[in-house]
Design a protein. Structure first.
Lengths: 421, 421
């Protein structure tokens, strides 16, 4: 494998070329990628089959194997996704703002690519194509590092993409893949600050922690959501049943799914049996303490109920479990969220506008909802056209990141002999 | 000293309160700080005198001692600066954008404080007041760590500010100062990711490197500028003399001062003697190689000229030295800047609009100028009202950072029972 320092240098050189490309040139390259993915479907499937075989030998779960699997239809999906990126608006070159300074100099800010990204991800091989195409569209180079379970699939996909770039007259090193499974390369990538401008980890808590610990490059951490819904006294309880069900069961394995339900004490006695019965239809298991536990345990036809452990309100369930807690009022709900939220997505269900505004003001999560499901926190739902990652840190971008979040800006000062007094 | 973890926890609690304060409440607190600084001028000067004495005993240079020194007039300056912050627009609460999603849910982004900042700085005690007041204005808590040379001055300033906050009914822990000179506290601060959202180092390269290496928190690095001016063939050479002189000598000790002059070969023979004579009036020393060296050495009444060493084009001079190089054309100038620039501020002097646009497009610095001095890269020059730092990294903010760059945003989704399909 090419050394990581060399990959970094090549990526930076490619980024220099990419930064000046027209939108048309970038779209042509994307179309070439789509064409080549289509043409090479067979070899992609053949390489993916090797990964799947190896995965079976390793005893990976059927669910994980399904995530790794590429089929003819899924390859067609990759092709379609690539063509969708062509349709997205190119943020590069946009003028953010312009002003004429007192001395007559024109000062503006123009969107430019960030430069070189390092993206570390797990499992699904479609991320390789997703990220590569979004980077090309925004004029960024990228160094990719996927999970070892899909090494063969990722390698061939990255190869096809590089070849397509080459054919389109764009530096093929704009997309590079770290194909040596040795883990030390991840650590090296995280310290390649001379060449890499931003690290995006897409994976679990451990990967994010590793990046935060080791990186000398800015890292976009995120993707971990301990999400809350607070049911206020004045909430429409019929709608609440739908919203809570949606937030919990529509796709329980993702970061914006509901983890903890907080219920105002004055409505708990009526509402807890109702929600327990509703969620029982989806085999949800409830975790509660004290009075809530009692109420839920005495509900017939309700969910399986277990006593909540000490740290159960600090867990991202990623499955059909839900913590339930009774709170005295809105303030206690806000305090609970402050203590236990990962600042991803939290929602209040209420008929009281003052309480809604207080919740929105005081709950400091990337996405705060009123009378809506937490499941909306998502690039495509938010109309960003794409989703690079979901950030739960505060700098650069918060929440879903689209194409614009793959850019930065430069200040441009246009003078006519201007000097500073 | 309170333990750093405790400081972090207190800062976060204070930030929670601060985030909901009205602009009026924050301005009242700032006025209280101004009043208390005024009232306590005597004790501030007395503590500062201790720092100055200790500095003299340590043998600090007169220039550094002058930077540390507070006088009655300088304290009045701190008071005036604080009142200026009152006048600045509060970015918190502003709506960045709003859209109605296809399903009817209203989605907007609202500016909110970042939370808790850690600021590490050197020398001048006025930074303590600057940063503290800008943080209060934007609803952020801050943990400050100044240089040991001004420990007494910084401590009393931070104490006065905290007391003023208390009197204004705002949590006094919004501004805390690490008053134990032990260096291990800096390292602890850099790893306090549970409580601190952003680190801003204000100092030299070593401090920035330390932060980049050690921090598990996003760091705004910057403040290092190897700045270039390229004199194109078609430039107005009379204006060029003024611009280059301004960029080099108006304030040579700062990051946006000129470090390297690149001159198109077709005009070098005429221009180099002219600029050498002009800069000789300010005792500038030139560093050059080859033909440029020859031309400059044969100029009468010119600058002192020395042969440039191997890494002289990679130096931020911070003084009256200037590297000079002849380049064949614009492309070579751009290549030189790509290799040697710290992406802070670079300028082209030209009469050719196409070359101007190419330079602006291909030189990827935080600030790029056409026919203007590099000295403009500055928060107040750019009309930001204040300057927290100058960022030369790509994320969150580039170039001068004002109040807005001390904020982030939250997404707010307002529904009426909305669930995701």
């Amino acid at each position: 494998m090419t050394s990581l320092v060399k990959m970094g240098r090549l990526a930076r050189e490619a980024a220099f070329e990419l930064s000046s490309l027209s939108t048309d040139a970038k779209n042509n390259a994307l179309e070439m990628i789509a064409v080549q993915l289509e043409r090479n479907a067979e070899v992609i499937l053949e390489r993916n089959a090797r990964d799947i075989e190896a995965g079976k030998r390793k005893g990976l779960s059927p669910a994980l194997l399904d995530r790794l699997l590429l089929t003819e239809k899924r390859v067609q999906g990759l092709v379609a996704d690539t063509r969708n990126v062509i349709k997205l608006e190119d943020p590069v070159g946009k003028i953010i703002d312009t002003r004429i300074m007192d001395n007559g100099m024109r000062l503006s800010r123009r969107r430019v690519p960030i430069g070189v990204l390092g993206v570390i991800y797990e499992a699904r091989p479609n991320v390789t194509v997703d990220i590569a195409t979004l980077c090309i569209k925004t004029g960024n180079s990228v160094i990719l590092r996927g999970g070892s379970e899909t090494l063969n699939s990722n390698k061939i996909l990255a190869e096809i993409i590089s070849d397509a770039l080459d054919q389109a007259g764009i530096p093929s090193k704009a997309v590079q893949y770290i194909d040596d499974p040795d883990r030390s390369h991840v650590q090296k990538l995280l310290r390649l600050d001379k060449y890499v401008d931003m690290i995006i980890p897409r994976g679990g808590q451990r990967l994010h922690d590793l990046c935060r610990e080791q990186a000398t490059i800015p890292v976009i951490t995120g993707g971990i959501g301990i999400c809350h819904i607070y049911l206020d006294e004045s909430a429409d309880r019929i709608r609440a049943l739908d919203i809570i069900e949606n937030a919990k069961v529509q796709r329980p394995s993702v970061c914006n799914a509901l983890d903890t339900l907080l219920v105002h004490e004055s409505v708990a006695e009526r509402f807890l049996p109702q929600i327990s019965k509703r969620l029982a239809l989806s085999d949800v298991v409830l975790k509660a303490k004290g009075k809530a536990l009692e109420m839920l345990q005495s509900t017939g036809d309700g969910c399986v109920v277990e006593e909540a452990g000490a740290d159960d309100f600090d867990k991202e369930w990623l499955g059909l479990t839900l913590g339930v807690k009774i709170v005295a009022d809105l303030d206690e709900a806000i305090m609970h969220i402050r203590e236990h939220s990962t600042e991803h997505s939290d929602s209040i269900l209420t008929g009281d506008e003052e309480n809604a505004e207080k919740f929105v003001d005081r709950v400091n999560s990337a996405a705060v909802y009123v009378n809506a499901s937490t499941r909306f926190t998502d690039g495509s739902q938010f109309g960003l056209g794409a989703e690079v990652a979901v950030s739960t840190q505060k700098l650069h971008a918060r929440g879903p990141m689209g194409l614009e979040e793959l850019t930065t800006y430069k200040w441009i000062g246009r003078g006519s002999g201007h000097i500073r007094n």
